[in-house]
Design a protein around this ligand. Sequence first.
Ligand code: NAD
Length: 251
Amino acid sequence: MSERVAIVTGAARGIGLATTRLFLEEGVRVAMVDRDAPALREAAAGLDGVLALERDVSRPEDAVAIIAETVAAFGRIDHLVNNAGVADFGPIEETDFARWRRVMETNLDGVFLCSQAAFPALRKTRGTIVNIASISGLRASTLRVAYGTSKAGVIHLTQQQAVELGEYGIRANCVAPGPVRTKLAMAVHSPEIIAAYHDALPLNRYGSEEEIARAIVFLSSDKASFVTGQTLSVDGGFEATGIGLPALRPD
Ligand SMILES: NC(=O)c1ccc[n+]([C@@H]2O[C@H](COP(=O)([O-])OP(=O)(O)OC[C@H]3O[C@@H](n4cnc5c(N)ncnc54)[C@H](O)[C@@H]3O)[C@@H](O)[C@H]2O)c1
């Protein structure tokens, strides 16, 4: 088993759980963070080398506790994966401040708070941060003024982290997933949206949690030792498509 230790937020299911499993396969111990206590207990049961932390990343005191409890249990932190997120699709005119804040407090504040708390430990290991954004942070779309803006903020925050923390050997990168059939996505993707996504994606399908996790673990690893400040879209080609008009396709 390697010495390395990762923190994965939003680890009770979906992309966070797949990332936890992949780190474990590589011998990395994992602090699994989630605010959904029953789901976290179920996910962590039977996994060797994990620490389950029932915490809410949007609360400043929880962010500090996540780092302290991980260092107390494992002695070090090498990789922080800020993956916890919430989705909300709604028209811009129906997005009031409470709705906006509910998305921002997890998706953007949570990334800021956990990262800030982790810097001293990451400086000791010359560690890494991978933040999970979305294709919605790269291309504006209807119904996601809060979600898309929160994810665009995550992409820029990642660049700030890379630029300011490079001198300590800390790397910060971003993964921007395309659609994956997780609980988060299925709560906001109607059958019509699913069909339209299939049509708009060059690879013609949703991605899997494991396909996103592989990019996260790669960017965390020494294989990406000269990569920092980047956003890697893992999206079936969605970002590469420009004017995707059906009328412009070959027969
Ligand atoms: N599934 C997709 O299609 C998709 C696409 C692009 C980006 N993403 C992003 O990937 C990340 C993971 O999403 P997923 O699809 O695996 O979702 P998911 O709902 O399956 O998992 C998210 C987990 O985060 C936890 N969580 C939410 N808010 C939290 C908080 N404040 N503190 C602690 N835990 C919290 C939830 O309890 C849940 O277990 C999110 O940031 C999401 O925005 C997902």
